[in-house]
Design a protein around this ligand. Structure first.
Ligand SMILES: C[S@@+](CC[C@H](N)C(=O)[O-])C[C@H]1O[C@@H](n2cnc3c(N)ncnc32)[C@H](O)[C@@H]1O
Length: 249
């Protein structure tokens, strides 16, 4: 199977599992806190990501932080609770904007966290700059002609990693001096040098802040991977998740 068709299969499996779960909680617990979860928002309750390792991100040194694709807004809230004064969440999904506002209010940081509906950086205002920019992006590079503009496909797929490339290139220009880009990302099946290439193309140094093996990935996510493919050398058994820092040179 072509790598991109494999990524389509994986992504569709994950989407189908999440959407068919009648017991999907509207409030879930993660990191010892409760979080609201609206319909059609990416659910960290099934598949927690970079927020598990938020303590690797130096929020206490940041005056401002932008979370791209904020979803439930967990990373926005963690940044504000860690002391970041001005936090902005952006998401293409209007439900994620509401969800981020709900969780900011739930955790008493609504005065420091705002959220906007945005296609990548389209809602960033002229002159706004940030000390840190983070994304847990759509992970999978499915073929363009198999992907639609539904919010679940936008959440899961990024054909040819066009969004990810723009996220880094345009985000670099929105950093304050000394700022950095943070990324929660899986090593791409068909393109294992992607993040290294992105760092070089954007003249950044790349630091791996945390690396997770496939065997440590939560069951709900691992279950979405077809068993026969996990067993193969080229399958996700050799796959990793990373919390990465890209720091402009
Ligand atoms: C994998 S989810 C991560 C959600 C959340 N940050 C988390 O870690 O739980 C990816 C998020 O990116 C958002 N997204 C996808 N394409 C986007 C775009 N072009 N502009 C802004 N957000 C986008 C999706 O709506 C989704 O909320």
């Amino acid at each position: 199977m072509e790598a991109r068709d494999f990524e389509l299969l994986i992504g569709q499996n994950i989407i189908d599992r999440y959407r068919s779960d009648d017991n999907r909680a509207t409030v879930f617990e993660l990191l010892g806190k409760e979080w609201d979860l609206l319909d059609d928002v990416w659910p960290p309750s099934y598949s927690p990501g970079g927020e598990l390792f938020a303590d690797h991100i130096p929020f206490d040194t940041m005056g401002s932080f932008l979370e791209m694709g904020c979803g439930t807004g967990i990373m926005c809230v963690l940044a504000a609770l860690a002391g970041t004064e001005r936090v902005l969440g952006l998401d293409l999904n209007p439900a994620a904007v509401r969800n981020t506002e709900l969780n900011a209010a739930r955790h008493g940081v609504a005065d420091r966290v705002s959220a906007r509906h945005s296609d990548l950086y389209s809602a960033v205002r002229p002159g706004e700059r940030f000390d840190g920019i983070y994304w847990n992006p759509p992970f999978l590079d499915a073929p363009e002609d198999k992907v639609d503009s539904s919010i679940w496909h936008e959440t899961m797929f990024d054909p040819a990693y066009a969004k990810l490339r723009r996220f880094v290139r345009e985000g670099r220009e929105l950093l304050n001096p000394g700022g950095a880009i943070y990324l929660w990302f899986g090593e791409a099946f068909g393109n294992p040098t992607l993040v290294h290439d992105l760092a070089e193309e954007n003249d950044c140094t790349l630091h791996v802040l945390k690396k997770i093996q496939m065997s440590e990935i939560p069951d709900a996510l691992a279950d979405a991977f077809p068993g026969e493919l996990i067993a193969g050398d080229e399958g996700p058994a050799s796959w990793h998740l990373h919390l990465l820092e890209l720091r402009p040179r």
